[in-house]
Every structure is written in C-alpha cells, then in structure tokens.
Write a protein that binds this ligand. Structure first.
Ligand code: GLU
Length: 560
C-alpha cells in the first residue's frame, strides 16, 4: 500500500500505465527469424570507426533477415550534446551506405515505435520507474554528492566495493512519511533500483562466493559473471534515465531483438539482466563487439585506437582523405567477419551484400585495424569501379573537401582516360587508392600541379640531359605506336653511349654510361617530374602532342 502511495507521490503526472505502452508498441509483425537492430549513438558530434563497425553489423543482421534497423539518439547525457550532431550521425553513416529503415532522421521521426530521441521520452521511462516503485523494486534516494563521497571514502578505507548497496543504501527502507517529508522540504533525489543481489562474500576456502548471471552472447558465447548488487541510479534528478534504464525500456518497447554494442558495456550487463528481470521482460540477444585495436607504430604492440593519437579513428578522416565508401565497407567486412576474405577470393565480382554475415564469425578479442590493409583493399575495390563513376566520385569529393581541385574536372574525357590508364591490362595497374592520393598521383597531367619531384639518374652526366632531350624532340612523332616510339629511344641511347638493353649494361658496365632505362628516365622526369610512372607512351597519347613537346622543351630551356 505504501509503495502505491509512494509511486503516486513521486509521479503524480504519470497517468499512462505500462500496459498502455505495451499496446502502443506491439510486437512487430515480421517474418520468423527477422532481426530488429538499432544504432544508439550519443550526439557528441564525433563519429568514430567503432560506430561504423557496429552499424555495419546491425545493418547486415537486420537487412539479411528482412528485419528492421533503426536509429535512436541516445542523448540522456546532456553534457555531451553538440548542436548539429544528429545531422553528422546520419550523413556520415549514409555516406558509407548505412541506411536506416526507421528512427530519427534529419526531419521528423520515421516509424511507429518512437519517439526515437531519448530526451523526448521522459514520461515513458517515468511510467516504468513508477511501476517499479509501486512494486517495491525501486526507491527514491536523497543522498547528496558529499554523503556519497563520504561513503566511498569509508568503503575505500575498508577495502570494500565502492557504491550504494546493502547497509550503505541509506534511503532504501525509508517509509512513505520519511520520503514525503524530504520532498516537502525540497530535497533533490534520484530513483535507485532496489537490487536483490548480494555482494560477493568470502567462503570457507577463502574464495569469493556469490550468485552469478549467465547470458548467451551471440559473439562471445556463454558469459558468466557475478550478479549485480548495486542499487544503481535508474532515474536522475532531472527525471531523465541513466543509460541502463533507457536501454531496457527502449529496447523492449522498440522490440529490438539484437543489441549490438561495444565491449565496454560488458561490465554493466549484470545490471541490465536484473533490470529486465525486474521489469518482467525477455532479454534481447546481446552481441558485444570487440574493441578496435591497432599495432602501435612506436612500440609494435597492439593497443586500442585512441581519439587523441589516431586521426583514423574519426569517420571524417575517411571522408576528408576521399576513401570510396565501397572500399571502407569491404575493408570493415574483412575485420568484422573472419571468413569474408575467403568468400571474396571465391566470389571476386559478387556484390558485397551477397556475403552471409554472421555474429559467430565476429572476433571477440579485439579487431585489428590496419590502414595499409585498407589501402590494399581499396586498390582492388577501385579497380572494379568504372572510370566514369570514379570521375563522379572524385568530382563530388573535391567539391566538398578540396575545392582547389575543382578545375581538374572541367575536361571529363581527359580525366577519365587518365583514371583508366593500365586498368584493363591483363595484370591491371593498382595505382588508385583514395581521392587525395589519386589527385597527387595524377597531378603531372595538369600544368598548374606539375612539378619536378625526382632527380635525374646518376648514370647520366649533366651535359647529356639536353642532348638526349633535344634528340627526343627531333625524333618525336606523336603518331608512332608504342613499339616505334621505344625504338627511337633505344636509338638515342645507343647514339650517346648507353646500352640498348639493361642486361648488356649489367654484363659490361665499363663499356657504357648507363642503359636505355636511364635514358627513358630522363624523358620521364622532364615529362612527369617523376622517375616512376605508368607507361610513358600512353601518358603522352593522353596529354597530347603539344603538352608533351612543351614539357620537354621547358625542361631543356630551364637547363640553360
Ligand atoms: N549510447 C551508447 C553509446 O554511445 C550506445 C550503446 C548501445 O548501443 O547500447 O555507447
């Protein structure tokens, strides 16, 4: 009786009952086996690789099973809220091909299980807190920060687990009158769970004993951990719930079947088990993903990716560098599922969504992130994208992230030919990785970006450079085919004391200054500023006769 009155005293304005909400948000009408997953980012304005990693898993599980994937904004921690963060969340995930069926959007919510923003769900949470108070499973606690601090100090001094539980839970057994008096004097309070758990105690054998909870994690298998015994806060002074309580209420009412979240939530799992139990609800299937790790460049050891040290943790990094979303997706799948690469080898051209993603193949011990591997995968992925599409991708990227390059897109045919160099060969060239690197890689095709980057080969004496380049200009015929063109270079080499073939030079190094390769490097550097490049003849054909001659001439002029 007292509890009922207490609940009314605390929540006089809550008139809906839990049953009302159960009716408002009925079981979803989905095919058997369909999974309902959600992403619950906090709107801090920072989207990291872990968010995307989890989002991929959520998205695959839902969409592979004809289920629902929704976005819920978890803004119960108002200190962390950043203006415009929701837009950042949606747009950055959209870029990587993550689409939600339901939930928060840039405009109004979509779907009938909302509100999808936690700060707007106050009355829903309060309704269920009221129910717990009514049933004697939760209570108001008036302990001040100072009092809690003092309790902690005492516990620390006695080497006890810090927290509000058992004898430290001073308000746990307060009567209705005590609570009423405190409220009447205006004392602020939180609502705590009245835990049934018992702290671990030392058994006769000296070992810690206590009840344990068991959960079957879809990634980690059977988990067993000590039960919760803390009277954790479920509703803060502001009437806003803690993560724990919001998680239970939202995932129940929104009918989430699979909770994919980071391993940092594992320690609070016993709290969630007790909450679901006290609320009389079935647990969702938990999928605790691995931490993203990298090999530290300095120590060579595995460590967690850090916001401070690793720019690649932020999703903006990939947008800014101009990684193609397909490459990031493909790469993340290789770290998400251990059998993905094998599948890709067997199905090189299949759409990535044909891969059957499973939680069982997810690592539980730390997913190793490696930018070099991403780059390797990106090379393969870009090879499968037609040059026309790459052109559009790069153009859009430049418009957003590097407008100083916008003019490179004025002549589409020119750029498409450049992007296609060597890609149709039997052993295709894999030069292209991400937008910033691509622009740098092809920069010599554009006069305003062209610069001499490499040194002339040491085998060629300075006096020979203009001789070689002048001879090249004299013999140059833009209509020569690749073979005819190279024959002329060989002739220039021989005329000037260089071996026609590298192996001749190797055998008799004293007979020559160098070989034909050194001569063609002289031309390469004058033309492209680099000692390494794709096939020179092909490049000249794309550049056209005028630019080709112009570059050689300018180099010779510069020597004077
Ligand atoms: N808001 C939580 C976070 O950002 C979400 C955890 C969850 O998915 O349950 O870490």
């Amino acid at each position: 009786m007292d509890n009922k009155n207490l609940a009314e005293l605390l929540f006089p304005d809550i008139d809906k009952t839990p049953d009302d909400y159960e009716r408002m948000y009925p079981e979803r009408d989905l095919p058997a086996g369909a999974m309902v997953t959600r992403l619950g980012p906090s709107p801090t304005g920072f989207m990291h690789l872990g968010n995307l990693y989890g989002a991929f898993a959520d998205e695959r599980l839902a969409h592979q099973s004809d289920g629902i994937f929704y976005l819920r904004i978890e803004d119960t921690d108002d200190k962390r809220y950043v203006e415009g963060a929701v837009e950042v969340i949606i747009s950055s995930l959209e870029f990587f091909g993550i689409r939600f069926d339901e939930g928060a959007t840039m405009g109004d919510d979509k779907g009938s299980y909302g509100d999808y923003t936690q700060s707007r769900r106050g009355p829903v949470y309060q309704c269920f807190v009221k129910k717990l108070v009514e049933e004697g499973k939760a209570y108001p606690c008036f302990l001040t920060e100072e009092e809690i601090g003092a309790i902690r100090e005492k516990q620390e001094a006695e080497k006890l687990m810090p927290g509000i539980y058992g004898e430290y839970a001073a308000c746990r057994d307060w009567t209705y009158e005590q609570v009423k008096e405190a409220i009447d004097t205006g004392k602020p309070y939180v609502i705590r769970l009245k835990s049934d758990g018992k702290p671990l105690s030392e058994g006769e054998d000296g070992k810690q004993k206590g009840r344990r909870v068991r959960v079957n994690d879809a990634i980690r298998g059977k988990l067993e951990m000590p039960e919760n015994f803390m009277d954790v806060v479920i509703l803060k002074k502001t009437g806003i719930p803690t993560y724990h309580f919001a998680h239970a209420v939202d995932d129940h009412l929104m009918r989430t079947t699979h909770v994919v979240r980071g391993a940092e939530w594992l320690p609070s799992l016993p709290i969630h088990v007790e909450l679901f139990e006290k609320l009389g609800w079935e647990l969702p299937v938990y999928c605790h993903t691995a931490q993203l790790m990298k090999i530290d460049e300095e120590s060579g050891k595995k460590r967690k990716l850090s916001k401070r040290k690793d720019p690649e943790l932020s999703l903006t990094y990939y947008r800014d560098q101009g990684y193609h979303p397909d490459a990031v997706r493909e790469y993340l799948l290789t770290i998400l599922n251990s059998n993905f690469e094998e599948w890709r080898d067997a199905n090189p051209d299949a759409p990535v969504d044909d891969f059957a993603f499973t939680t069982e193949k997810m690592s539980s011990s730390g997913a190793l992130f490696d930018l070099n591997k991403l780059n390797d995968i990106s090379k393969d992925v870009l090879l499968r994208i037609p040059a026309d599409d790459l052109y559009v991708f790069l153009k859009d990227w430049a418009a957003e992230f590097a407008p100083e390059y916008n003019h490179l897109f004025d002549d589409k045919d020119y750029l498409v030919q450049i992007l296609d160099i060597g890609r149709a060969d039997r052993k295709p060239r894999k030069d292209l990785i991400y937008a910033r690197q691509i622009i740098q890689f092809i920069s010599y095709f554009f006069d305003d970006l062209f610069k001499i980057e490499d040194e002339m080969p040491a085998e060629v004496p300075a006096a020979d450079i203009s001789v070689i380049l002048n001879a090249y200009l004299d013999s140059y015929d833009h209509s020569d085919d690749n073979g005819g063109w190279f024959d002329k270079i060989r002739a220039i080499a021989v005329d000037n004391g260089y071996a026609a073939k590298p192996k001749d030079f190797k055998k008799h190094p004293d007979d020559y200054k160098g070989h034909v390769g050194h001569v063609s490097t002289v031309i390469r550097i004058a033309l492209m500023g680099r000692a390494q490049s794709p096939d020179v003849w092909t490049i000249q054909q794309i550049m056209g006769e005028e630019k080709t001659r112009g570059r050689i001439r300018a180099y010779v002029d510069g020597l004077r």
